[in-house]
Design a protein around this ligand. Structure first.
Ligand SMILES: [Zn+2]
Ligand SMILES: [Zn+2]
Length: 220
């Protein structure tokens, strides 16, 4: 990965940037919670005993709820079957190549499905501020209605990390798995085996904060 500023090329993995990302990790990431989180999440729907189960009494006390479990699911693209995620956009933000092109050589409006011979007609079909979802894997575009019909599938999480509430928000904005509980945030990392400072999600937060080398808020 790399980026350019004023014609100078930088690598996210340079020694300087790794130092900056390490500083960010020191400040915002507290500790690994994988074993604890897996245990607690596995117990969310457990009753204390058979009597409670029969009477439908409340579950065993747990910092997490069934709703939190849903945060570990993501909709699956019906075109490529990936569940890495979708980017929420406005219709007007789509690039020309994002518009579905049919076998009949027509351009399709991703909102209503009407077909047109000219791309410009497809662009002007539905209101420009209508919400669309773009698959991050294959680029397929879904209207909000179609998106809500996609099947939620469990996300493979390898590690859980306790992070600051603020950092949790940032990760959530990027589409990462984050569960909030009692003012703390837990990030479900979808990869493992490499240092956190090399993790794409973490680097993306640093990038968005513009604190990397050469950027306007660079951390010295
Ligand atoms: Zn339309
Ligand atoms: Zn897809």
């Amino acid at each position: 990965m790399s980026y350019s500023i004023n014609g100078v090329k930088y690598s996210e993995f340079s020694a300087g940037n790794q130092r900056i990302v390490d500083k960010l990790l020191d400040r915002e990431v507290y500790c690994c919670m994988t074993a604890e989180m897996e245990y607690m999440l596995s117990k969310v729907c457990d009753y204390r005993n058979e009597d409670d189960w029969k009477s439908g009494n409340s579950f065993v006390e747990n910092p997490f709820t069934e709703d939190d479990i849903w945060d570990t699911y993501r909709r699956q693209c019906s075109k490529c079957e990936s569940n890495i995620g979708f980017t929420k956009m406005r219709l007007s933000e789509l690039k020309d190549e994002d518009f579905p092109f049919t076998e009949e050589n027509t351009y399709e409006c991703p909102i209503c499905g009407r077909e047109y011979t000219e791309l410009s007609e497809a662009r002007e079909c539905c209101p420009p501020n209508t919400t669309v979802y773009k698959c991050q894997e294959c680029g397929a575009i879904f209207s909000e209605d179609d998106y809500l019909f996609l099947t939620p599938t469990p996300i493979t999480i390898y590690e859980w990390w306790a992070v600051s509430k603020w950092f949790g928000e940032k990760l959530k904005e990027l589409g990462c798995v984050v569960i909030d509980s009692y003012g703390k945030a837990y990030w479900g990392r979808e990869s493992t085996g490499q240092a956190l400072s090399l993790d794409g999600c973490i680097i993306k937060v640093a990038y968005d904060m513009k604190i990397l080398e050469g950027m306007e808020n660079e951390w010295k």
